[in-house]
Design a protein around this ligand. Structure first.
Ligand code: DLL
Length: 433
């Protein structure tokens, strides 16, 4: 099911023409309406008139996450406040949140790309979509919600959590499609087995999963446990939320909605385009956004572009399932966390050494479990266990409030954590993803 054949199956030269016109328009808007961009253009000695073909995009300046944070909350808005109708923010917990402000037209775009995304997985108006992505500032809940309605499907706005109720509704309402993070899908399956529910007896036969790294093995696991087809969907708050790229029935790369979000792959060190088909950092330009349009936004996600045509008939280029990120950001249960945040929090706690190790496992429940090993000061270790126990719970509480996720703290004796002479290895990620 192709939601919008006119755009999704457009002939490549026609699409390039469209992209060029939109890019020209965008640069003019950014130049005249957003001082931050005007300044950047002037620094690079470039004006909107220098754009003659789509490859000229490479002359334009990048936008980074830091630029977004420095301009928090409204510095990158390209239209008057009274045209903004909705706001979302990133789940990240480092510093200021990343803000995306949407006009009515932006919501139309979002609805459109999410309808394409869900249709890619076979969603039609006959479907009942159990949407377990979080509702609120996170984009997952709202994105799937809008897309389902645009298709005419029935959406169950469950949000995340409350597993028992999720399973009850799944059974009683006969949900046919599941949308959530892949780890939550597996957790739900596990709980269903526990509760004696046979998922093969239920009509749930497809799902769109994303927002965190996952693997082909995990896909097989989900598909087997539910007897369903599991599709990878990709997106990020800065660009629109989910709806940037999605898998079709071929499950062979994610189609980029490139009439709206222009992709590039660059070498993260030099900033130059990599040769076609090679891996690098994914960069997006929001060609037609109005609220907070972005020029050449560096996602820090690593992938490559697949140029070969897809057998589904769509002509949009695809990206490979993500290979990783250029930074060390960890995504734990959907929350973005940097090891440096943990370090920062530890430094403030009396009695600990600045030596720690983060061990991440995907436990029996398929949810990420984090153990934080922390070295304690020598004198404390020889103290009675009560002191140690109170320190341990103090660290756990601090981490919970700073990171918004719970982790298990294990206090270890001084000098037990392996030291290294180059970069310290702070993270052991056993999730095999
Ligand atoms: O996670 C948007 C989203 C919601 C995507 C629901 C898919 C489904 P953020 O919280 O801003 O937005 O996180 C964006 O998550 O840069 C990737 O590193 C990672 N990510 C998103 N989708 C995938 C995926 C949403 N399919 C960051 N595979 C991105 C791997 C993903 N990583």
């Amino acid at each position: 099911m192709i939601f919008n054949p006119e755009y999704e199956c457009m002939e490549t030269t026609a699409r390039k023409k469209l992209q060029l016109a939109a890019l020209k328009n965008l640069t003019e808007t950014l130049y005249s309406k957003v001082p931050f961009y005007r300044h950047k253009f002037m620094e690079s000695k470039i004006t909107p008139q220098d754009i003659h073909n789509i490859n000229d995009i490479e002359k334009l300046p990048f936008t980074t996450k830091d630029d977004l944070r420095d301009n928090y909350p409204h510095g990158l808005r390209a239209c008057p406040q009274d045209r903004i109708v909705e706001v979302h923010m990133s789940s990240g917990t480092t510093g200021k949140p990343v803000v995306n402000e949407y006009t009515i037209k932006d919501l139309d775009i979002w609805r459109q790309v999410m309808a394409r995304t869900l249709s890619g997985a076979g969603c039609t108006r006959d479907d009942i979509v159990q949407n377990c992505y979080g509702y609120g500032l996170f984009t997952g809940g709202a994105g799937v919600h809008y897309g389902s309605i645009a298709i005419g499907a029935e959406v169950l706005p469950m949000s995340s959590g409350n597993t028992e109720r999720q399973l009850m509704i799944m059974r009683d309402f006969g949900s046919t499609m599941l949308t959530c993070t892949p780890s939550y899908a597996l957790f739900l399956a596990e709980e269903a087995a526990e509760a004696g529910i046979n998922l093969y007896d239920l009509p749930i036969k497809k799902g769109c999963f994303g927002a965190e790294p996952w693997s082909e093995n995990m896909r097989t696991e989900i598909e087997t446990r539910y007897n369903m087809k599991a599709y990878d969907i990709y997106g990020l708050t800065e660009i629109i939320g989910p709806g940037v790229a999605f898998e079709c029935k071929a499950q062979d790369g994610l189609h980029v909605n490139e009439d709206l979000f222009y992709p590039e792959i660059i070498d993260p060190v030099t900033g130059k385009a990599v040769p076609a088909g090679e891996k690098g950092e994914l960069v997006f330009t929001t060609l037609t956004r109005e609220g907070t349009p972005l020029l050449r936004y560096r996602t820090r996600d690593i992938t490559c572009i697949i140029e070969e045509p897809c057998k589904c008939g769509r002509t949009t280029r695809r990206i490979h399932r993500l290979f990783g990120r250029t930074d060390d950001m960890l995504i734990i249960r959907g929350v973005n966390i940097f090891p440096s945040q943990i370090e920062q929090a530890l430094i403030e706690i009396e009695g600990t050494e600045p030596q720690y190790l983060i061990i991440i496992n995907r436990g029996d429940t398929h949810l990420d479990e984090v153990e934080l090993q922390v070295e304690v000061k020598k004198d404390l270790f020889s103290d009675e266990t009560r002191g140690l126990e109170s320190l341990r719970s103090r660290i756990e509480q601090t981490m919970k409030s700073k990171l918004q996720i719970g982790l298990k703290v294990k206090l270890v004796e001084p000098k037990t954590i392996e030291r290294s002479i180059g970069k310290a290895k702070r993270v052991i990620d056993n999730r095999k993803i």
